[in-house]
Design a protein around this ligand. Structure first.
Ligand code: FES
Ligand SMILES: [Fe+2]
Length: 456
């Protein structure tokens, strides 16, 4: 930063993070220039989550969302492909589609009546005689498409940058972990019951870093909530020997191996029973270790702003709306093969725990907004924040777990590695130069090489 606290472009962003000792500079949570740089360097170049395929089953189905602060339309085409384009009219820039989701044959702009097909191409104009023959090339006029769209087992991602590595490379070995959520049962997953939106007066990174690794807060912040949903049972103590943080390219999964902690927070015996019956089949499908991890106390983030709680069934994104505000969008994710009454039961239980009125969501929101506003103080922001927990607990070459692995669930390991990736993106001139962190063990699209290993 300069003497007056401004961030220079081309700055060494590694200065804001000390991975070796475990410190983070508070200014990354409120500085406007850093935030603008995040929009350019991170959100305009990352794979952003835009939809679950189950939200768009038929041709013409669409939804609207954001990539960074840029509004986009995500639409299923007649050939079943999914296209993503900026929700802004090429005439004067008006928002074209105001609906959250629906089915449409075309999108018509409110201002002068230009119409676009479901691929975003100009398909009709009000009073076309306003234009002489060479005034406009209609075939080239359209809402701006993103550079690439790709899906992994139902999750659809898009990026504005043609140079962003393939989605498989971006997710890397983290696919091994993701399959616990997306592929634990034949038929995969679906989103049910619509999207819930809420706004938080907090920096988006507090949501992402909390889910990437902060098991530590749960036993304290959520203790009363956990007692309420489990009939008085306090949050379980953490078995530091048999729990882990794993990180790949800034994505992180912190987890125990006891198999039931997160599921039990839903407070539903029927859900517990379903997963217990499923677990032997899950072991055949994913190997014994993953079947034991599934359902444990755990939380997950995909870099930069996508999170979920395996076993609790909430899936969410933290959409940035300025350095001190984010919009949280959440969905309920379930296995398609589950009976309908169980899906309804899970939806209800997610609302009671991690909906905007849920017991746990409110605990978190208050902490994150206070962290954001307090960290901005003129003198306060000159002090560093401590991220040193578990710094010497790295496990080299774990026989099963891919990624960078640290032992002990109460740890800042995944948070440090999230910020390492943050620095990678903030500094990279081209996304082509991004390192793989760590070097991948898995190759290609197929994630089955590590399936079937049975030792814990
Ligand atoms: S701004 Fe859309 S038609 Fe004019
Ligand atoms: Fe929390």
């Amino acid at each position: 930063m300069t003497a007056n606290g401004q961030v220079n472009s081309g700055e060494d962003f590694g200065r804001f993070i000390d991975l070796r000792k475990g410190w983070v500079d508070r200014r990354i949570f409120s500085d406007e220039k850093i935030y603008q740089r995040e929009l350019q360097q991170i959100f305009a170049r990352s794979w952003n989550f835009v939809a679950h395929e189950s939200q768009l089953p038929r041709a013409g189905d669409f939804l609207t969302t954001y990539m960074g602060e840029d509004p986009v339309i995500v639409a299923r085409q007649r050939d079943q492909s999914i296209k993503v384009f900026i929700n802004s009219c090429p005439h004067r820039g008006n928002r074209v589609c105001f609906a959250d989701a629906g089915n449409a044959r075309r999108f018509v702009c409110n201002y002068h009546g230009w119409a676009f097909d479901t691929a975003g191409k100009l398909s009709g104009m009000h009073a076309e005689y306003a234009y002489d023959e060479n005034d406009i090339d209609k075939s080239q006029t359209r809402m701006q498409p993103v550079a690439k769209v790709a899906a992994y087992k139902g999750l659809v991602f898009a990026t504005f940058d043609p140079d962003t590595p393939s989605l498989d490379d971006w997710l890397g070995d983290f696919r091994w972990y993701l399959d616990m959520l997306l592929d634990n049962e034949e038929g995969g997953t679906e989103f049910i019951g619509g999207c819930i939106r809420s706004e938080f007066p907090a920096n988006w990174k507090f949501g992402a870093e909390n889910f990437v690794g902060d098991a530590y807060h749960a036993g304290w912040t959520h203790d009363s909530g956990a007692r309420a949903t489990t009939g008085g049972i306090p949050f379980p103590d953490i078995d530091m020997e048999n729990s882990f943080h794993s990180s790949v390219n800034g994505h992180g999964w912190e987890f125990g191996t006891e198999g039931v902690g997160d599921i039990s927070l839903l407070g539903s015996p029927a859900v517990m029973e379903y997963y217990e019956k499923l677990r032997p089949k899950m072991a055949d499908r994913l190997g014994k270790m993953r079947s034991q991890i599934w359902g444990s106390v755990a939380s997950v983030s995909l870099f930069p702003n996508i999170s979920f709680l395996p076993g609790i069934s909430t899936f969410r994104i933290w959409l940035p709306k300025g350095p001190e505000k984010f919009e949280l969008r959440t969905w309920v994710i379930v296995n398609k093969a589950m009976p309908e009454d169980l899906k309804r039961e899970i939806t209800k239980r997610v609302m009671l725990t991690f909906g905007p009125g849920g017991l746990f969501e409110m605990d978190d929101g208050e902490n994150w907004s206070n962290c954001t506003t307090v960290n901005r103080g003129e003198v306060t922001r000159r002090q560093l924040l401590h991220y040193g927990s578990g710094i010497s607990r790295r496990v080299d070459d774990h026989p099963i777990l891919p990624g960078t692995v640290f032992r002990g669930q109460y740890s800042d390991a995944n948070q440090r590695l999230f910020y390492e990736r943050w620095v990678d993106l903030m500094e990279a001139k081209s996304v082509k130069d991004l390192p793989q962190r760590p070097e991948p063990r898995m190759t290609g699209r197929e994630t089955r090489e590590l399936v079937g290993v049975s030792a814990l």
